[in-house]
Design a protein around this ligand. Sequence first.
Ligand code: ZN
Length: 141
Amino acid sequence: MTTTAVEASTAAYVEEAAVQVGAEREPQRYMQPFRATQTRTTIAVADAVDEQGNQIRVVGSSEPRLRAAQRAMLKPGEVEAKGNGHAEVTVLDHLRVNNLSIRSIGASRPVCANCNVAIESFGIKAATPLKLPKEYLFIKK
Ligand SMILES: [Zn+2]
């Protein structure tokens, strides 16, 4: 495949994943309450299913837990993931500990390389854009 074909299929995959579960749009919803939260922290949202087949949406922050206003936004079927580190890893840890099968994950800011490796270890691709390494941007010019 050419680079353009790879990019096109990646974009199509991301779009499809987002359409299927809404993980691409959801992180932004949790960022609404605080302007500072929006610029300094990351929110990650994953759609998953439990062992009984129930759909669960897991929401985590780059802060140790969601802020009160964000917790107040959680709807039935949505749970908070707590923990230190990047939002994506906090959410992935919650999935692993609770035996949830991931379907999609997205974040409110570009996904870093480490989180991307963690996401791919679950056999899926991030539903939202990746933060590209500087070398890659340089090569692209
Ligand atoms: Zn990260």
